[in-house]
Design a protein around this ligand. Sequence first.
Ligand code: GLN
Ligand code: ZN
Length: 781
Amino acid sequence: MSDTTPTPTPAFPAGSVLGYPRIGPRRELKKAIEAFWAGRSTADDVEQVAADLRRRTRTRLAGLGLATDAPAIPSAFSFYDHVLDTAVLLGAVPERFADLQDADGRLDLAGYSTVARGRGDDLPLEMTKWFDSNYHYLVPEIGPGTTFRYASDRPVAELAEGLAEGVLTRPVVVGPVTFLALSKPTADAPEGFSPLDRLDDVLPVYVRLLTELAAAGATWVQLDEPALVSDSTGVPAQRLHEAVRHAYRVLATELARPQRPAILLAAPYGDLGAAWPVVAATDVEGVAIDVVRGAAPTTAPDGLSTKTLVAGVVDGHNVWRADLDAKLAVLEQLEGLGAAAVTVGTSTSLFHVPHDVADEPALDPTLASWLAFADQKVVEVATLAEGLTEGREAVHEQLLAAADALRTRAAAPGVVRPEVRERVAALTEAQFSRGTFEARREAQAARLALPPLPTTTIGSFPQTSQIRKARAAFGTGDLTAEQYEDEMKAEIRRVVELQEGIGLDVLVHGEPERNDMVQYFAENLDGFSVTQNGWVQSYGSRCTRPSILWGDVSRPAPITVAWAQYAQSLTDKPMKGMLTGPVTILAWSFVRDDQPLGDTANQVALALRDEIADLEAAGIAIVQVDEPALRELLPLREADQAAYLDWSVRSFRLSTAGVRDDTQIHTHLCYSEFGEIIDAIEGLDADVTSIEAARSKMEILGDISAAGYPRGIGPGVYDIHSPRVPSEGEVTDLLASAVRSIDVGQLWVNPDCGLKTRRYEEVTPSLEHLVQATRTVRATL
Ligand code: GLN
Ligand code: ZN
């Protein structure tokens, strides 16, 4: 043997998962880190809880069938966010937080938390959506002057932690190309600068990391490069591909094994498309692809024959049991491509789904038998791996059980309801559109008689601890339905009186009766179930509990009408009815996978349409249908976006187009990237749309006006995401600038989102300033 003989690639397990929930089955990490932030515990306490969770995860995953002698178990923990972890690992902390780093660029847990959460005027890193999930990551800020250095030994320490217990894990880190593609330029970066310009400067840190991991005993490392499946990172595909070629030349070719572990380049969340041959041509030892969102590749590009292909056949994104037989067929087909090996994986990390169906004893057992949360998915992966290596007979029983579950699900009462199907099938085009906006504008102006620059809020008022206590007591039976209703009515009365006192023009009831803007509707519609412990991380320590939409949707009874009617009875001002739109209900639930999402959306839309008709009949003149998630579900690939926008916009119209001309439809969108989807917003045909705009200083209004958008628009005049109370002068200035950039007849005045997470100490003065500022600007008209 000559010494140029390549070092043989270490064994890769037949089954593995790309990641696992990190928050803990009972949100242990959330509780620990929030206690630390509140000063109720020390960093050591949190480290203890975290180490414990990691150990339980390793033990659990091994117990469910993942190998411990080959790196099947990911080491993918995070205290807050994995993109922040990567920035911290690279020493790439914004200048304003540099004082938190020690001489070697390291951050302690307090410093790390500060970068995530901000302090005083030092804003935290911005947060944005992680690919097409409901998870939000922190956006690193990278400029020409950012210093990169190896500044965290956490990946190495966590590997060692596993090895000490005899478990060989696979460290998971965001890859260099995705890290930079997801970063934003620092404020001082020159025009045209792109964080990817710094690729050559981050690579040495990755080289160091890989070297350290190899020295500590890692045989494989997973570098996540989901930027490759997306057209939405802002980096052109050619540039991304070039960056991949370059980065992996440095990390995989120039850095030879065994100085580094074998590299698994993971591309979750979609189809690699044109990046597939690019990835195959690198010298990494393994590629993980998503064959749930993405198509199974049918071509074997150059370079594939030396690689392990980790086929993500088990859906990391949704909660349904897999059709194991069909998955095996996909795996067998992939074996035909001629990769060095095909192994079984998940399409994404499992942190988008809850831990364990067994934690849901209250769930209907039939429904539960159709579900696979993270732990059940691990078993599916292990089963498929066994089937692939030992043959179908070896897992015969499991295949039958999976097929059985699918059959029961398809035939179960409520899954397909002819009356719902017939109603959707009978829809006519006319049901998707209202009369002309001009006619509506006149009819509504006559009915509502609002002053110029009408003031309103987005819907929710603070969810006080009293409200939460009442809801909990109602849940446990300590409050009767009647007592609970009385408490909520008292709250509504307080909120209405407060708004009257402040002088707002269009009032809301405050949404005290809603635990969550989606779950509340899920609890009141047929076809949904809710979980007790099904928490998934939304961002940092924040978790949501998505509802499970499993059957055909209908509305057994009016949901919001009595509350709206009661609220309207307390005031002569118009009271807005408040609903969550079909797209947002889908986006924030686990949706059925047995029919197109657009069909499900139309079922939800019809239920909402009935609700709106009842609100209208009850005398409610304005109905707001919130769609903060409209942009969230936008597909990552441009080619898929038009079809999505078509069905999503149509479902909104189906829900709202049944009203009379003199009933005003509002919608609320939680973001300011109005320009990106202005055609879609045009398509919604809402009479008034409120958006976030305070942080972008109303810049968006210029575009809206230039686009000739004729309908009402309520740009948020202050940022409710911060406890800061805006001064009257500041709101006056913003409004004055708004009046200059858009026809005053279109303008509404409102905060930029609901107030439920704020306290009255902030809300009351903020709204007073808003109303005062509006009066000042009205006087100049
Ligand atoms: N009506 C909801 C509220 O005010 C809207 C929330 C949202 O857009 N996320 O809370
Ligand atoms: Zn909002």
